[in-house]
Design a protein around this ligand. Sequence first.
Ligand SMILES: NC(=O)c1ccc[n+]([C@@H]2O[C@H](COP(=O)([O-])OP(=O)(O)OC[C@H]3O[C@@H](n4cnc5c(N)ncnc54)[C@H](O)[C@@H]3O)[C@@H](O)[C@H]2O)c1
Length: 320
Amino acid sequence: MESKRVLVTGAGGFIGSHLSRELYQKGNFVRAVDIKWDNYIEEPYYSEKDTLDLRVWENCIKATKDIDYVFNLAANMGGIGFITEVGAEVMHDNVLINAHMLQASHINKVERLFYSSSACIYPTYRQTDPNVTALKEDDAYPADPDNFYGWEKLFTEKMAEAYKKDYGLEVRIVRYHNIYGPEGTWKGGREKSPAALCRKVAEASNPGVIEIWGDGKQTRSYCYIDDCVKGTIMLMESDYDKPLNIGSDRLVSIDGLADIIIKISGKNVKKKYNLLAPQGVRGRNSDNTKLREVLKWEPQVSLENGLKKTYEWILDQVRK
Ligand SMILES: NC(=O)c1ccc[n+]([C@@H]2O[C@H](COP(=O)([O-])OP(=O)(O)OC[C@H]3O[C@@H](n4cnc5c(N)ncnc54)[C@H](O)[C@@H]3O)[C@@H](O)[C@H]2O)c1
């Protein structure tokens, strides 16, 4: 993708900023839109920067004016602590952002709209065991997402499908599985497990102790940001308009994740368990059969290499 006029919403956030940078470096015109900007993200990574609240209809019309491709990543979201606690605000804000962005993209005749859905749409009853069977795209129904955030994502997937059917808007829909890497939220309550564990280990004394949420046996898979950006652009350029997983299919327990980070740190850190803390579904993994079929590709960066870069970046932030 080059020489396109691209809008990235949520460009002040983690995935949005990395994606904007890649698109900008490839020679596209990139309009970066967000409601707020974090000063730890390295500039330049956009052609134009607009601070807009995308819950407001007029702002979505403004953002999508003279744009070919929309990457709609803006969302009120956070890690398991945040999305377990906050329901109404998350659903309210995200349904407004997404409904307005779809309609504004239709009115302003954008060529394509990319929507960032989530592995959180998958039903709870398929994720009750740490040795979970990896989730295929078709497993989404009958629906029973674990949290309100997931229900809103599932609703917007359907809404995107309706815009394709009724108005011919070309949509691309991804279900990201736990994306991690440098320049993501790492403190404040919205951070996700890899960033939270990197921060805890970076802040721990040596020898020291960190707290693990739950019993540590819950499992997930983690995809490094460079793979996420690559897959995102490939999916946007493809002809595939159904939801597609982008994630790693290497299952790891939270304990295992913490152990890798502790090893990277070189510290002598022990783990203690907080059984009252939120931990989400018991196990979740990505089935990449469809991904391989559609994009002839799957994530490449190993968890050890990705976590090393993430830990070093977070250690740097902690020291600052
Ligand atoms: N990171 C993951 O593991 C993951 C997994 C599944 C899905 N996703 C989805 O990918 C997208 C990007 O996620 P991220 O990890 O970069 O999150 P993030 O929180 O870092 O980025 C989201 C950005 O949206 C912005 N935003 C929120 N409300 C807004 C509003 N009203 N107007 C304009 N901007 C607003 C935020 O300020 C933030 O910068 C989100 O839609 C998220 O739901 C992420």
